[in-house]
Design a protein around this ligand. Structure first.
Ligand SMILES: Cc1cc2nc3c(=O)[nH]c(=O)nc-3n(C[C@H](O)[C@H](O)[C@H](O)COP(=O)(O)OP(=O)(O)OC[C@H]3O[C@@H](n4cnc5c(N)ncnc54)[C@H](O)[C@@H]3O)c2cc1C
Length: 414
């Protein structure tokens, strides 16, 4: 039996951050991942890795980092079961590991499209390097691509496919793209950008069938309004489901994500969890939130590690995330509740929507050509963490001047 004191299960940013933190504290730690390689930055898979098939996907395991030699990394090692009361886990080859503290960071997996023809060649999902190389290999100039789902991944794939010379149509079942978590002015700005690049965006329709030729190749997508869209390939980007099977089988509390508190403690004292696979419930209770963000996953991994090490820690950040499409960047901070009041500031070149609850800033989301929107959104993130009120008159007076907006928001953060 292998028995380091700390074991981390997973191969994404949450697992990498947790393992790094524990190693930096001088404790022995093992990281077990299904993947073929040590943790890498999967956010590149729908950006640089698709734009340029020769681009290397950046590792989260930087060469030369002093801690990296102190983490015992086992790739191609799926964990099959955990037994929290016994403090053991079993990998799929039957090896048993003992631990004092376990961090589960198994992430999430793409939802499948439940219609005829949706499984098989020519229909792609995008979560890991194998998915990315299969998709990249299929992006042939002149081919017709239907992207199912107008979320962040679908739109990033659409932008990369346009760059690679494909004819692209996006099909979104909701009334607009980015219907989950992105305010309408920002979503409409991005829709217009895609339209300018030649992408056709259809909303309010859903695929009924992926149509295939007798040889199995994709020939089209049949939609709920009876349209038949010709297609050579399909990318499905309709969201992700948390990977909770290990936790569920072990009897941990699970509710669309492994349930954790702000210190990343699960319902078992020896097991922490972090990343896309968790639902984080604040002390006040309620259903909590499941974040799907690279930086939030890394930060939750650090908090899980600190808690595992016996330190006081809590996730109190305003989660930040971004999306790059063509030469535009969208950035957001915070998790505003649906009932928050939305105020549009910025100008038509770079709309920024601030979300307020009882006058306090709880969310910010904006978009710009180039990185200009990053400064006000970062400043908004700090103001959210400070629980600040904002001076709407000063923000409106700043108009479309992004550095001026950033200054007002920085002042609000104090
Ligand atoms: C294509 C793409 C682009 C994205 N772009 C952005 C972006 O621009 N900005 C942003 O903020 N976020 C982005 N995201 C989301 C971001 O990547 C995720 O929020 C983040 O990766 C979540 O980290 P995680 O560590 O929780 O899970 P994951 O990164 O999903 O990692 C989970 C790991 O656990 C491994 N695993 C699962 N089960 C087991 C098991 N039983 N045993 C061992 N290992 C297991 C998996 O193989 C995987 O390596 C993007 C995601 C994708 C897929």
């Amino acid at each position: 039996m292998e028995s380091p004191r700390f074991v981390v299960v997973g191969g994404g940013p949450a697992a990498a951050a947790a393992a790094r933190r524990i190693a930096e504290a001088g404790e022995p730690v093992a990281l077990l991942t299904v993947e073929q390689v040590a943790p890498y930055d999967r956010t590149a898979l729908s950006k640089d890795a698709l734009l340029d098939p020769t681009a290397e996907v950046p590792g989260l395991w930087p060469p030369g980092a002093t801690w990296r030699d102190d983490v015992f990394v086992r790739t191609r090692t799926p964990v099959a079961a955990i037994d929290p009361d016994a403090g053991t886990l079993t990998t799929d080859d039957g090896t048993m590991w003992a631990y004092e503290r376990l961090v589960l960071a198994t992430g999430a997996e793409p939802r499948r499209l439940a219609v005829t023809g949706a499984e098989g060649p020519g229909v792609h999902h995008l979560r890991d390097t194998a998915d990315a190389s299969a998709l990249s290999g299929a992006l042939t100039s002149g081919a017709r691509l239907v992207v199912v789902g107008g979320g962040v991944i679908g739109l990033e794939v659409a932008a990369a496919a346009v760059h690679r010379g494909l004819d692209v149509e996006v099909v979104e079942a909701g009334p607009r793209v980015l219907g989950r978590g992105v305010p309408a002015p920002v979503a409409l700005w991005l829709t217009a950008l895609h339209t300018r690049h030649g992408v056709r965006v259809r909303t309010g329709v859903a695929p009924q069938e992926v149509v295939r030729a007798p040889d199995g190749s994709v020939t089209g997508v049949h939609l709920s309004d009876d349209t038949l869209l010709p297609a050579d390939l399909v990318v499905v980007g309709i969201g992700v489901d948390p990977r909770t099977a290990l936790a569920e089988d072990a009897g941990l509390a699970v509710d669309d994500g492994v349930v954790v508190d702000l210190a990343m403690r699960t319902s078992h004292p020896a097991v922490l969890a972090a990343g896309d696979g968790v639902r984080m419930v604040p002390p006040a209770g309620g259903r909590g939130v499941r974040l799907e963000s690279f930086t939030a996953a890394g930060r939750q991994g650090e908090v899980a590690a600190d808690t595992a090490l016996g330190l006081e820690a809590a996730f109190t950040d305003a989660p930040w995330s971004w999306s790059d499409q063509y030469d535009a960047t969208m950035q957001s901070a915070g998790v505003p509740p649906t009932e928050a009041e939305e105020v549009l500031v910025g100008g038509p070149e770079a709309p920024l929507v601030l979300s307020l609850e009882h006058g306090r800033l709880v969310g910010a989301c904006g978009v710009s050509i180039g990185p200009g929107i990053a400064r006000p959104v970062r400043a908004a993130g700090r103001a959210i963490e400070a629980g600040a009120r904002v001076d709407l008159d000063a923000l409106r007076a700043a108009g479309g001047d992004l550095p001026a907006l950033a200054r007002v928001l920085r002042d609000a953060a104090g």
